[in-house]
Design a protein around this ligand. Sequence first.
Ligand code: ASP
Length: 343
Amino acid sequence: MNVLLLFTGGTISMVRDAETGALHPADIQTFKTYVPELFAGDIHVDMIPFEPLLDSSDLNPDNWRQMAQTVQQHYDAYDGFVILHGTDTMAYSASALSFMFDNLCKPVVFTGSQLPVGVLRSDAKENLLTAIEIAAAYDADGKALVPEVTVYMDGELYRGNRTTKRNAEHFSAFNSYNYPALARAGVHITYNRPLIQSIGNTARGLHVYERFDTRVAILKLFPGITEAVVAALLDIPNLHGVVLETFGSGNAPTHEWLYEHLRSAVDRGVVIVNKTQCNTGSVSMGQYAVSINLLKAGVISGYDITTEALLTKMMHVLGEYGDNLEKVKKMLSVSLCGEMTVD
Ligand code: ASP
């Protein structure tokens, strides 16, 4: 089996300078000396590094495009792909790539580490080697076991567009609050196949959607929020989409001014999607009286989607179909690749 390792940077790439003790991104040759096992097993691994390696806080849609294009350029030559990435924005990149790929039939596994590869107790080696094994896992019929974009970390494999970084301290950096793990790695890797996306049409090639519209914003409600804050955000010139972070099952204060600002933005063509501030559970507009105004204003339900998935999905559908508002709204209301559970 052949796996391509795309190396974007992050803590996993770092080694300690012998003289100063400071952590800095390793060059590829140095990195390889820390994980000799990578090149000693049955799986053939090639590496392509970003130049320069980046902290994931510096990544943006151009880098998502670079990752997706690299996968596309090498799609036929490899059985699976592993993307080494900083953990801070990994959930955004994994979500974005899940929307960019159409007819993905091979695994694309994101992983990183909480401790640099050059530190003795590092989690880098386990994460990297298991991610490679998952990327190379095929069944007896020659079909990939996990033909979707995933995040692997500390024994758990999650659907990428369901993940959130939940911990800056523990090795278990990610969680998928609203969808179970696709696989668990202990002594064996156990795949939960009914939960994994079914494979696309292997006779048809991979298509990559590359356009993103970044004229989007996040409005997080809080008790005592003032009209000035809401107006300042919703009145941003040329705003196209808003992630509205609400309380509980999608509730908001009943101020008339809030309704009026939302309604006027929707009437101007701004797409607004309701996402609960709770990690677990779903938006259910209309369940409480305090969400009726949102429905009346034309706000769309984001059900149980993560903020990372909603923001990148909005950028993607606005980028691809921004001239057709009805289509944009329709696509935001349905699950495109398992990112939300619509009831
Ligand atoms: N700041 C780092 C990054 O996201 C953290 C990490 O890799 O865990 O690039």
